[in-house]
Structures are given as C-alpha cells and as structure tokens.
Design a protein around this ligand. Sequence first.
Ligand SMILES: *[C@@H]1O[C@H](CO)[C@@H](O)[C@H](O)[C@H]1NC(C)=O
Ligand SMILES: *[C@@H]1O[C@H](CO)[C@@H](O)[C@H](O)[C@H]1NC(C)=O
Ligand SMILES: *[C@@H]1O[C@H](CO)[C@@H](O)[C@H](O)[C@H]1NC(C)=O
Ligand SMILES: *[C@@H]1O[C@H](CO)[C@@H](O)[C@H](O)[C@H]1NC(C)=O
Ligand SMILES: *[C@@H]1O[C@H](CO)[C@@H](O)[C@H](O)[C@H]1NC(C)=O
Length: 555
Amino acid sequence: MTLPKPSSLSLLLLLLLGAAHAEDPYHFHTWNVKYATLSPLGTPEQVITINDQFPGPRINGTSNNNIIVNIFNHLDEPVLFTWNGIQQRKNSWQEGLPGTNCPILPGTNMTYKFQVKDQIGSYYYYPSTSLHRATGGYGPITVHSRELIPVPYDFPEAEHIALVGDWYTKPLPDLLKLLDSGRSLGRPDGVVINGKGGKMEKNPNPKEEPMFTMLPGKTYRYRFCNVGMKNSINVRFQKHAMKLVEIEGSHTVQNIYDSLDVHLGQCYSVLVTADQGPGDYYLIASTRFTKEVLTATALVRYAGGKSPPPPAMPEAPVGWGWSLNQFRSQRWNLTASAARPNPQGSYHYGKINITRTIKIVNSAGAVDGRLRYAINGMSHANPETPLKLAEYFGVADKVFKYNLIKDDPGEVPEKITVAPDVVNATYRNFVEIVFENPEKSVQTWHLAGYSFFAVAIEPGKWTPARRSNYNLLDAVSRNTIQVYPGCWAAIMLTLDNAGMWNLRAGSTERTYLGQQLYFSVLSPELSLRDEYNLPDDQLLCGIVKDMPRPKLYSI
Ligand SMILES: *[C@@H]1O[C@H](CO)[C@@H](O)[C@H](O)[C@H]1NC(C)=O
Ligand SMILES: *[C@@H]1O[C@H](CO)[C@@H](O)[C@H](O)[C@H]1NC(C)=O
Ligand SMILES: *[C@@H]1O[C@H](CO)[C@@H](O)[C@H](O)[C@H]1NC(C)=O
Ligand SMILES: *[C@@H]1O[C@H](CO)[C@@H](O)[C@H](O)[C@H]1NC(C)=O
Ligand SMILES: *[C@@H]1O[C@H](CO)[C@@H](O)[C@H](O)[C@H]1NC(C)=O
C-alpha cells in the first residue's frame, strides 16, 4: 500500500466521505413517486409517475457531474430505482436493485448519490422492484461531453428523446398473478412512445399535437431507448434518414439507416435533418419478430409547416437476418474522443489475453409446474437480505452460495434450480462472456457496472474456434447485447469495477422469473481506491438490519 501524495489527499478525504466529489457540479432532484390514472393506450389505468410525470423527469448532466436524487415513495409497496447504464464506479451501493439495496418503504424517502464518472451517452432509469416497470416509472438519463472534449459531429439544434417500448394495459396485480401462478405475460397490448400510444391513421387527425418539432434545415439528435417489457422495436421516420452517432455511451462510425432495431434495454442516438418539405411526418415504432406487429406513431412537425403527414408508411424489415447485418455494420469510431481526453480506440481490447471464459445459456422450463427462466440451469431468486449487504457484513454464507453455476455448463441441465445466483469473479480479470440462445425468441442482456466490447453475434453454437469471427478492432463498447434465436454472442471486458453487478435479461418477465445473476467483484486489497464503504445512510434490512456497520475499506 502506498501513501497518498499530498495533491491527492483532499480527493482521498472526499472518498472517505462518500462517492460525491466536491469539485464537480451537483444536480439535485426530489422525486415524488406515486400512482396516477393515465391512458397510455387510450383507456384509463394506474401508471407510476414521478413528480406527476410519465415518463419521469430527465436526469441530465455532463461527465463526472454528481447526481443526487431524494426519492419519496408514495406507493403502497416498497420500491427501488436503478440507473440502467450508469456504471456506478466503485459504488454498487447506488445500483438500486434488490441484490444491492434494501427497498424504500412506503411513506419514506431515500437519497441516491452518484457520479456519472467518465461517461457520456444515453441511458434511462426504471423501478427495479416487483413488476413496477410494467406500469411506468421510467425516464431518461443523458450525459454530455465536457466542453473541452470534441464531439465528432456538429452540435445539433436541439435534442429529442424517444423512450419506446411495448406496453401492457392490465393492472399490476393481474400481471403479477400471471407470473406468480406460473404463466407468461402473453402478448403486450400496444407500443408507446414517451408513454403515448398514438396510432398512425389513414386519415390523420388534423388536431393531433406534435410530439417533436424541428426547424426546416436544422439537424436534431434523437435519443432512442427501448424501455419496453418483451419485444425488440424498430424505429423509423417518414422520409427522413437517420445518422447513427452514439450507442450507449460510445461514438459510432456515422452510418446512415432508414430504420433501426432497438432491442430491449438498448439506447441509440441518431441525427435527423429536417431536409424535406415543411409539414408533418410520423416517427414510427413497431414490434419486431412478432406474429402481430404492434405499432405506435408520434407526430413530428416542421415549425410553420401545414401539410399533413404523407400517406405512405415505411414498413419495418422482416426477420432477424436484417437485424444481424445491422449489428455488424455498427462500429466504434476509433478516432473520436471518449469521455476522457483520449481517443476511444486507445484501449486495445483485442490484444489482451483472456483470463476467463464464461458461457451463459438461457433456458425456459417448469419448476413445481410453474414457468421459470434460467441461466445454465439456475434460476435466480432474490433473498430478503440484499446479496451485497450480506457479503459486506460477512454473513454471505447465511444468505447465498457462490458459484452455483459452471463457467462451461456443457449440456445445460433440463432441470432448473431456484436459488440466489452469485458468481465470484476476480478483480481486474479480462473476461470473455459467451451467450448462447437455444430458444426461439431474441434475447437481450444487460450487464451493470461496466461497458463491454460486443465483439460478435453469429448463428450456431460457440466453440473456441469461433473467436476468429470476433471484431477485435472496432466493436462498440456498450452495456447491452442481443442474441438472435439459435445464435451466440460474445463480449469482452476488464472487471475493473469492484462491486456486486447484475447480469440480466432485457425482458422484464424473464428477469422477474429468474433469468439474471450477480457477479461479485471484490477488491483484494480492501482499498478505498477500488470500492467505497457502505454509505452511512444506506438502508439495512433482512439479517443485517440491526448489525453494526463495518468499514471494510481503508486507504
Ligand atoms: C443538459 O445538460 C447539458 C450539459 O450540461 C446542457 O448543455 C443542456 O442544456 C442540458 N439540457 C437540458 C434539457 O437541460
Ligand atoms: C428525506 O428527505 C428529507 C427532506 O428532504 C431529507 O432531509 C432527508 O435526508 C431524506 N432522508 C433520506 C434517508 O434520504
Ligand atoms: C470519427 O471521429 C472523427 C473525430 O472526431 C471524425 O472526424 C470522423 O468524421 C468520425 N468518423 C466517422 C466515420 O464517423
Ligand atoms: C498472452 O499470452 C501469450 C501466450 O500465452 C503470451 O506469450 C503473451 O506474453 C501474453 N500477453 C500478455 C500481454 O500477457
Ligand atoms: C472469490 O475469488 C477470490 C479471488 O479469486 C478468492 O480469493 C475468494 O476466496 C473467492 N471467494 C469465494 C467465496 O469463492
């Protein structure tokens, strides 16, 4: 252990005080979370709102800003919020998942404090408890580049955010009853764009209000995230092409697309120029890979334009081959600046030796006659004591067992076991995770705490020889990856963020029924350089509720 230099002493003192860094600006938010009656698909239902808004308010800032969110829970149930894509460096305390945090009880409040360290890009938050996400509570997070760091495109006239996703109109208790009684949620009832399910009309309603406006000739950034429950969504505009500029925090090679597949949990930014005749146009979002295509439209109006949208609706592509080709066309811009003052490609991930390969195979099956989803035969269940707290307080053995699944599951057992699923991982290892999807539906995966290189998606089964298919040069660094039916996908990353990190299915129903696990990545030196101590105001519950709070880490 080395003594800190005087210049870094103040920083270390701040580290001791918590995650927030005084030198970077703060954004304070107070959220009142409650149910309200709204009609996303035209009929009134209970929707979770934040400060009476659905989608919830935007969290917006610049790399390294501190975000403070004081959340008042006015629901009649415990709730947690997670910040999907925010890496929470050294700070899984702020992750807001049942495996890391005790829930905010009804009628109480709790404050999240985190820094958007060395990140830029488009993300979102959502309630991670129960199936709350099915009834709203989600909203956008946008992180801008610091002023001195060049961005590889001209500053757009303005930004528009489009949170798209499929939607169920059934009340939450009915949805829960379906899953808890061992069935699936079935088909969603529609698609919403920013909580609205406007549907394209043969004879457009002249009174329809625009969701987005553009000035003729100007260029706008649209940030798309799929915050839905079950399906991939294709987005496209009438008569306007999209120039892709960002995927989940990475500047991409700026390809032009007529339509874009946004799989569950994913975020993309595109630039759209208002280069058509002044008038109205539709933005269209529709489900992919479904028998019946569900569609929503949102009106985009050129300021001062009067003509109604053109009658022709561009169709979504069909099949997943198109989607796979689109994935392959998406590349990292190696010369663009990252969130830190260095080019994105200065970290040569393709030259690092792999220290561990973990194969993840999804499956569906029945346990005691009830539907469960699993990873390598193990279906995750959250214990009452959050995993991270159990581990920190030294009582992990009373709450869960490490390493119930194998890195190479071989033939995945048909029998599914339900238990907390925690994989022990070594800090700073460079790992390869291979996802194999033997099922008929597209899977998407999100890994919390990291950005990884999405190096391949290919048909068939993975073998070590398939590494020759990897993009070891300019794969996009991101936090989600899709896996088409009968395909495999591979990601690579350095486990350089200590904490308890969730790997989960993009499908909320699958996550709820067990298709997720946690990676425990611990700092072997017990150093504050690697991980923060339990915050003093962290809620405690389960078996650690009344235990004295340890301070595991020191300088
Ligand atoms: C978001 O933050 C950026 C950077 O701080 C700022 O330039 C922009 O005006 C903000 N946008 C909104 C809508 O608050
Ligand atoms: C609850 O809100 C009050 C009032 O804003 C604040 O002073 C207090 O710190 C909050 N409590 C927690 C645990 O965040
Ligand atoms: C990549 O970024 C550089 C540096 O900002 C920019 O000049 C270039 O146009 C970008 N390349 C592509 C293909 O988008
Ligand atoms: C990677 O592995 C190869 C072969 O085992 C070895 O020769 C090389 O030194 C290793 N490289 C690094 C950077 O560790
Ligand atoms: C987890 O891994 C670390 C480092 O590889 C090891 O020291 C530790 O004993 C492991 N813990 C468990 C519970 O397997």
